[in-house]
Design a protein around this ligand. Structure first.
Ligand code: NAD
Ligand code: UFG
Length: 343
């Protein structure tokens, strides 16, 4: 199968790429490298022992998309490209609507013209907003509270309308919960260009001595220990969910959404404890005020994906922490090009 993966040089994209190559897909990666580099792509070639085409470019570039669709003729698109920082989206909403929404519309237009009828879109648990009940199932009302989340729900609606307009079109939005972890080879992992805002990369910075202390946002939430609880999911489980989504789209039309989570939430202090155990490091932290807009708990009901995609998360929190830490140890050498193997 010929697969176009947008954002394939990024964190989730590069891990998904390995899965695609492993099952024999012919893959073209389109990425503008705005939050990634070609290092991960080179590492993927080593892990997969296979080559693939990479084009540096923007999903908003109509001419480039036409060139790709005319020549490569993708049968399915995995659409991961986009900006993903909640804070940035609040400061600069237009760049988020411009990149995420316009890029998706452009892509769907060119897909339609070239009769490419299948797309898997990277959505987010953030579309649910404040919980009316937990765990979130896919029928939970959506009410995102920041521009980033609103781009995701807008794109879902656009893709849904695209499916309604043509009975041959089929699409899945995967609503990821909190992706963490790295490939078990330690050859690729999360390597964003800017300063991280998410919990796991910050824990890692403290463990590595790059940061004195973690700021824990809030200690009076209604959770087991008062700190925020999340459904962390190993990036390799996320990657395999994309293959399951492709399988589903082969036999189904229309638009479907699926949660991609473990169905279990752990608190910040619990995550720190597991990380300390598997890494043998000490994570210093201090409590600070709650972060504006944060939820106490975000946890998925993953049953729909289990039933229809035949997908279930299999990695534990220990696996997530171990693989994150091993990648952190290996990363500086990989980035400097000193090694291309695991430690
Ligand atoms: P990432 O930033 O590592 O990957 C996104 C990739 O898209 C980057 O390589 C970037 O260079 C590229 N890109 C951005 N805009 C582009 C454009 N217009 N054209 C071409 N390439 C472009 O992020 P990630 O964590 O791998 O996330 C992938 C997708 O999953 C994103 O859509 C994100 O919103 C979504 N998502 C991520 C999380 C998370 O916590 N990581 C959670 C839920 C959803
Ligand atoms: N946290 C801290 N200190 C920090 C950073 C985070 O205590 O320095 C806490 C947060 O308050 C929250 C938990 O750690 O309780 C997780 O926070 P993240 O920022 O890692 O993740 P969020 O759940 O806030 O959001 C993430 C992504 C969103 C995505 C969502 C669901 O940033 O884009 O997961 O997938 F939509």
């Amino acid at each position: 199968m010929r697969v176009l993966i947008t954002g394939g040089a990024g964190y989730i994209g590069s891990h998904t790429l390995i899965e695609l190559l492993a099952v024999g897909c012919e893959v073209l990666v389109l990425d503008d490298l705005s939050n990634s580099s070609t290092v991960a792509l080179n590492q993927v070639k080593l892990i997969a022992e296979r080559d693939f085409e990479f084009i540096k470019g923007d999903t908003r570039d109509a001419n480039l998309l036409v060139e790709i669709f005319s020549r490569f003729k993708p049968e399915i698109v995995l659409h991961l490209a986009g900006f993903k920082s909640v804070a940035e989206s609040v400061d600069n909403p237009l760049s988020y609507y411009g990149n995420n929404v316009s890029g998706s519309v452009q892509l769907l237009e060119v897909m339609s013209k070239h009769k490419c009828t299948k797309i898997v879109f990277s959505s987010s648990a953030t579309v649910y907003g404040a919980a009316k009940y937990l765990p979130y199932d896919e029928d939970h009302p959506t009410n995102p509270i920041n521009p980033y989340g609103r781009t995701k729900i807008m794109i879902e609606s656009i893709i849904s309308d695209w499916c309604k307009a043509n009975v041959n079109n089929s699409a899945i939005a995967l609503r990821y919960f909190n992706p963490v972890g790295a490939h078990s080879s330690s050859l690729i992992g999360e390597n964003p260009c800017g300063t991280p805002n998410n919990l796991m990369p910050l824990i890692v910075q403290v463990a590595a001595g790059e940061k004195d202390k973690l700021k824990v946002f809030g200690k009076n939430y209604n959770t087991r220990d008062g700190t925020g609880a999340r459904d962390y999911i190993h990036v390799l489980d996320l990657a395999s969910a994309h293959l399951s989504a492709i399988g589903y789209l082969k036999n189904n039309v229309g638009f479907s959404v699926f949660n991609v989570g473990t169905g279990r939430a752990i608190t910040i202090l619990e995550l720190i404890e597991v990380f300390e155990l598997v890494s043998g490091t000490k994570i210093e932290y201090e409590f600070v005020a709650e972060r504006h807009g944060d939820l106490a708990i975000a946890v998925s009901d993953p049953k729909k994906a289990e039933k229809f995609l035949r997908w279930k998360a299999k990695y534990t929190v220990e696996d997530m922490c171990r693989d994150t830490w091993n990648w952190q140890i290996n990363k500086p050498k990989i980035i400097k090009g000193l090694v291309s193997t695991a430690p």
